[in-house]
Design a binder for this molecule. Structure first.
Ligand code: PSU
Ligand code: MN
Length: 327
């Protein structure tokens, strides 16, 4: 019956799934990243939906390049993850990054549910936090830096609009560094959902207040806080040693001088407009992000860029501390 099936691949629960192509046929790791991983050097994974759907051109490419540069300045190897012509790519060249960020190319927002279709059709995709976690974990990367993760949308308890990022954090063991979640989302319910999923949530700094992306404090508590890269690395290392299949969320507050208190009104209006216009599904997050940028005349975008850069620095230090422990 399985005449055409060549390989068997273990799936999550240890049973065998017959497949015709190996995972290694579908993935391409940049040599620089492959070497760093083989030598136990620090590697930082970066997502690409923020490039393809999260920021307008040319801010998207500038920020992506700057983040890569910051990771390098902190002596870690950056690995931007995306799908190019059906291949899952771990690490991109400068040209590929520019191609991805260019508005002329049809690039799909790709989360867990989209991966098999995008790969099968040879399409290209910007990977969400969820899809980037999957790819990074399979490539052997432990630390992944982003700006903000998806969460439970406002009204999500009735619409069921809950980002697949949250369930992914519950099932894939990798440390995700983010500036918390945007208040375009329901932060309280997002934290409840993360608890249900068994995700270890740690605020980075001398507070347990969970950050709200544009601002340092959301008024909701992280269960824990850690204050140094070494302390974070110890927790991450033990999390993996315990064999927990879940992920960790390291929530890094935006630096005080860049925080943007006034975006709240714009967020309210953007959420209302999305509802009035009947925006649904995976269109909601990009729609609101774009609207908030316009309404705040770029203030929210400037804050977004600043926190991405800060997260890249913290994430690189963390990747360093982690690789140092393993030596
Ligand atoms: N939040 C941001 N910027 C972004 C995203 C979220 O501030 O670019 C992107 C991330 O890639 C995240 C995705 O994984 O949106 C979540 O989309 P959704 O809510 O449809 O799951
Ligand atoms: Mn959604």
């Amino acid at each position: 019956m399985f005449r055409h099936l060549r390989f068997l691949q273990t799936c999550r629960h240890g049973t065998w799934q017959p497949v015709t192509r190996r995972f290694s046929d579908l993935i391409k790791v940049l040599p620089e990243v492959r070497n760093a991983l083989a030598n136990g050097e620090p590697v930082v994974a970066l997502e690409s939906t923020v490039i393809t759907h999260g920021m307008p051109h040319p801010h998207n490419i500038r920020t992506a390049q700057r983040v890569v540069q910051i990771v390098r300045e902190h002596r870690a190897t950056p690995a931007t993850i995306a799908i190019i012509n059906g291949k899952l790519r771990i690490g991109l060249t400068e040209d590929e990054l520019e191609w991805l960020a260019s508005t002329e190319n049809p690039v799909l927002k790709t989360s867990r549910r989209d991966l098999s279709m995008v790969v099968s059709k040879g399409w290209s995709g910007g990977t969400t936090v969820a899809a980037t976690m999957i790819a990074a974990y399979k490539a052997g990367i432990s630390v992944f830096v982003t700006g903000g993760i998806g969460g439970v949308h406002r009204g999500g308890h009735s619409s069921l609009d809950v980002s697949a990022d949250l369930t992914e954090l519950g099932r894939t063991p990798i440390a995700v560094v983010s500036a918390g979640v945007k208040s375009i989302l329901d932060i309280g319910r997002t934290l409840e959902y993360l608890e249900t999923q068994g995700v270890s949530v740690l605020t980075y700094g001398h507070t347990t207040d969970f950050p709200a992306f544009f601002t340092q404090k959301s008024g909701f508590h992280s269960p824990y806080n850690i204050t140094t890269p070494e302390e974070a690395a110890e927790v991450i290392d033990n999390h993996f040693s315990l064999g927990l299949d879940s992920g960790l969320l390291i929530a890094v507050p935006i630096p005080e001088q860049h925080s943007a208190q006034k975006v709240e009104d714009a967020i309210q209006r953007a959420v209302e407009q999305a509802r009035e216009e009947g925006v649904r599904g995976d269109k909601v997050t990009p729609y609101i992000l774009g609207k908030v940028d316009k309404l705040t005349q770029g203030k929210s975008l400037a804050a977004n860029i600043a926190l991405m850069e800060n997260n890249a620095a913290v994430g690189s230090q963390l990747a360093w501390a982690l690789s140092h422990r393993r030596r």
